[in-house]
Design a protein around this ligand. Structure first.
Ligand code: ATR
Length: 290
């Protein structure tokens, strides 16, 4: 019997998720349908509940509904709770499970697909919005030596450090706030956009919503180590403003968020079907169609 899945968002016509999930299903011979659902904040809940009533098994959630999906879920995974946002819903007899696969999708893309181990690395994250909250736990769990969060509004970066740090300490007036996270070996810090000036990083993640537009995008000052990766969570047909900026600074490797998109879809697929699809042929297919 065909199993029904969907992605919900606004706008939604641009979503690549139907073709990604169809490609995963072909790898296993699964019989699924995967549709796009357009909703408004007012119709989001009834659209989800209507899909469940019609036999839907699961749903991906994209902008601007990740917070509403978080509120709607009956139970949450640890990483969804940490993110305070949900991009994957699973419908079962025990109600609606909310998960967040964005961070694992990013970390898998960086570590498995691009071959950059994050353990022991110096990581700079530009931005402190919903996207960063979604990825922070899996990044910290990968064991970096240091994660510096910089943001135009420094209080938002500091709030994330508080939320994610086991031992957080913000000294009023101090430029950086620090928190030791997890086993204490990783250090999470927050600062304004200029806090990275003159410092060297192995991985720089561009996670602001201004990244695509170029104009007005934050021009953070940072240096890159010899074997460095600059990664823009956004993706576009052409290299983004941030990727060009990083190349000019000698980044060994640059990437955009297409791999993260396929990675988060693969993790959703695993939650729904219990198997991990091979992301490489699907990513190659999307790359070819850019
Ligand atoms: P998302 O879900 O994409 O993270 P968001 O929660 O609205 O969206 O967060 C947007 C992020 O992009 C924030 O870090 C924001 O900085 P502020 O917290 O200071 O608003 C950042 N951002 C957006 N436009 C920016 C710009 N022109 N320059 C610098 N940062 C910008």
């Amino acid at each position: 019997m065909t199993q029904r899945y969907a992605v919900i968002g606004n706008p939604i016509a641009q979503s690549r998720s139907p073709e990604i999930h169809a490609a995963f299903a072909r790898q296993f011979g699964h019989d699924l349908s995967y549709e796009r659902l357009l909703a408004s904040p007012e119709t989001f809940t009834e659209t989800v509940r209507g899909f469940v009533a019609a036999g839907g098994r699961g749903m991906n959630v994209t902008a601007p509904f990740k917070l509403q999906a978080y509120a709607l879920a009956d139970t949450l995974t640890e990483r969804a709770r940490a993110a305070q946002a949900v991009n994957t819903l699973r419908f079962g007899s025990d109600g609606i499970l909310g998960d967040n696969t964005d961070g694992v999708g990013l970390v898998n893309d960086i570590q498995q697909h691009l071959g950059f181990a994050l353990a022991g690395k110096r990581v700079l994250v530009i931005g402190a919005g919903g996207a960063v909250r979604g990825i922070l736990l899996p990044i910290l769990q990968a064991g970096p030596a240091r994660v510096l969060l910089i943001n135009r509004t420094v209080s938002k970066a500091q709030a994330l450090v508080h939320a994610f740090g086991e031992l957080s300490r913000v000294v009023p007036g101090e430029k950086l706030s620090r928190a030791a996270v997890g086993n204490g070996s990783a250090v999470l810090q927050a600062g304004p956009l200029d806090a990275a000036a003159g410092q060297c990083f192995d991985v720089v993640l561009q996670a602001t919503s201004a990244g695509l537009k170029g104009q007005g995008a934050p021009l953070a000052d940072f240096r890159l180590g010899a074997d460095s990766l600059a990664y823009d969570l956004a993706y576009a047909a052409e290299p983004t403003f941030f990727m060009r900026q990083a190349m000019a600074r000698g980044a060994a490797r640059v990437a955009d968020g297409l791999g993260m998109l396929v990675g988060q879809a693969a993790e959703s697929y695993r939650l729904w079907w219990g198997v991990s699809p091979d992301v490489r042929p699907v990513l190659a297919q999307l790359e070819a169609a850019r």
